[in-house]
Design a protein around this ligand. Structure first.
Ligand SMILES: O=C(O)CCC(=O)C(=O)O
Length: 275
């Protein structure tokens, strides 16, 4: 699969794309393996009262789901948006329940990703309409330095209760793919208690010092909240050489993550000691 120049331009301008039916012929096994991952953890129970997020990077837990990273359709999409040396950073698996307020999947320091493109590929496993929990996006809200984007970035917390905020609903059927820039403001309203969804987070390779600094800031943060590894043993052990190209360059950051995790733990212990 190759994105057209028009699709790339659409993503650059609006910050998202929908690819109807892209994974249509695989949706049956993808849904089966999604359920199997959740069933493998009897301590993770979804009772519908709130979102249940799988506690580990999701596709990494299942050999077949890991192959999504080798699928020519996913590879083509990622290459089109980030270049052939794109990197896979992990992702989540969810049973959503109810609404999600407006937000960006921002880097944890103030502001948006400016130098390095980060994207999320979303697999929604149930048919969704605007009124039943389809992802809503504010087109063009992903561009730092742009007056509209920067205003939304400042005001986003006031939009949190906002089903009325002007937006586009990415209505999807299982097998469709929605992909969006991490900076893009997104939300969902009216979903039921069992909205199944998982994601793949990816970024471009850091070729400049600014891009590298952003990547390090991101993973310093995730280190400080306990992350010390990027990819699961299954993901690595079952990887063909092509997949490894999208994994290994990130591993150079693992010592930094371990160091940040250790420092955060020490700080916590020292604060507990003072209490
Ligand atoms: O589908 C939803 O309710 C929200 C999804 C979302 O916010 C995300 O994946 O970042």
């Amino acid at each position: 699969m190759r994105l057209t120049e028009q699709q790339k331009k659409f993503f650059d301008t609006f910050g998202y794309l929908v690819l109807p039916g892209l994974m249509q012929d695989s949706v049956e096994w993808i849904t089966r393996e999604f359920e199997a991952v959740f069933k493998s953890r009897q301590d993770v129970v979804h009772d519908g009262s709130k979102r249940t997020m799988f506690p580990l990077s999701f596709i990494d837990q299942n050999e077949r789901l890991c192959t999504l990273l080798d699928d020519p359709r996913i590879v083509g999409l990622c290459e089109g948006l980030m270049g052939a040396d794109f990197l896979y950073e992990g992702g989540d698996g969810n049973y959503y329940s109810g609404d999600t307020g407006w937000h960006s999947d921002l880097m944890p320091t103030p502001g948006m990703y400016k130098a390095l493109r980060h994207i999320k590929i979303a697999f929604y496993l149930d048919p969704l309409t605007r009124e039943t929990g389809a992802l809503r996006v504010i087109p063009g809200s992903h561009l730092p330095g742009d007056r509209f984007s920067d205003t939304l970035q400042k005001e986003v917390w006031q939009l949190c209760a906002g089903p009325e905020v002007p937006s586009v609903a990415l209505e999807t059927k299982p097998g469709d793919i929605a992909v969006f820039h991490h900076n893009l403001k997104h939300a969902s309203y009216g979903g039921g208690k069992n909205r199944r969804m998982f994601t793949m987070n990816l970024c471009a390779f850091a070729h400049t010092p600014e891009q590298q600094a952003e990547l390090e800031a991101e993973w310093r943060h995730y280190g400080s909240v306990g992350a010390t590894k990027f990819h699961s043993e299954i993901m690595l052990r079952t990887a063909p050489p092509e997949r490894l190209k999208h994994l290994k360059p990130l591993h150079a950051l693992e010592p930094l993550m371990v160091e940040c995790a250790r420092a955060a733990q020490e700080k916590k212990l020292s604060l507990a000691g003072k209490a």
